[in-house]
Design a protein around this ligand. Structure first.
Ligand SMILES: [Zn+2]
Length: 243
């Protein structure tokens, strides 16, 4: 998977909706703060054009940092937005830059500039230049540059937690679920409650023959199974909870 990254000296010229945005922390166009402000949710890449600048990326090209300065900049690099220090240079200069820094290739990231007219990541198999981790491949009418970036360039974002499962549908009222099944022989406060709700009974807390008879009558009146047992449906009727 690859990302689309844009950069420009004119922040407003870079379209919205890209995965990443690059900006300069120094030089004539210190765009980085404006880039972050304009696209707060995207990935950001900070670029220094000077070898003593602190940024994710060092811009190595004529007029900016040189091949010879890159090693010292890498030594001073500290983690920011990217997984490793990034060196930006033209595709034709990648080999000499890597030779000049003398570091293992996998200790840094290469962002090459190769305006070949097609979206590609520089690689010996695609364009013949050394493999890059990102390639700036097109200049959109002089307005903004677009790069293709491998997804190893930026640290993986934490996977957002899955949405909370919805609460179970209220198939049964909580109160009826938690009430005991009562029948002849049951005793206790819940029998007393049932007797009160059934009406016409002494609320003595003892489920005897009279309570049984009243329960059957009640169930018949309410078109419930007339078994004389107060279970979920009868409790629901008694408590006015739809079942
Ligand atoms: Zn290329």
């Amino acid at each position: 998977m690859t990302l689309r990254m844009g950069d420009s000296i004119d922040v407003a010229a870079i379209p919205a909706g890209l995965d990443a945005y690059a900006g300069y922390v120094n030089g004539h166009w210190a765009t980085y703060p404006a880039v972050v402000a304009a696209h707060p949710a995207a990935r950001h890449l900070s670029i220094s054009v000077f070898a003593d600048g602190h940024a994710d990326c060092l811009d190595v090209e004529t007029g900016d940092a040189t091949d010879a300065q890159a090693a010292a900049w890498l030594a001073a690099w500290t983690p920011g937005n990217t997984t490793k220090p990034v060196l930006y240079t033209s595709a034709s200069n990648v080999a000499s830059l890597l030779a000049a820094v003398g570091r293992p290739r996998d200790s840094l990231l290469v962002w090459s500039a190769h305006y070949r007219g097609d979206q590609h990541l520089c690689h010996p198999d695609t364009c013949g230049y050394p493999a890059a981790d990102a390639t700036q491949w097109v200049d959109h009418d002089g307005q903004w540059d677009e790069s293709v970036v491998t997804d190893t360039f930026f640290p993986a974002r934490p996977t957002p937690p899955p949405p909370s499962p919805p609460p179970p549908p209220p198939t049964q009222g909580w109160c009826t679920v938690n009430l005991p099944v009562l029948q002849q022989g049951s005793t206790g406060p819940s029998v007393r409650s049932a007797q009160t709700l059934l009406g016409g009974l002494a609320a003595d807390g003892i489920f005897g023959p009279q309570t049984h008879q009243r329960t059957v009558q009640y169930q018949q009146q309410h078109h419930l199974g007339a078994d004389g047992i107060i279970g979920t449906h009868t409790w629901g009727q008694l408590l006015g909870t739809p079942q």
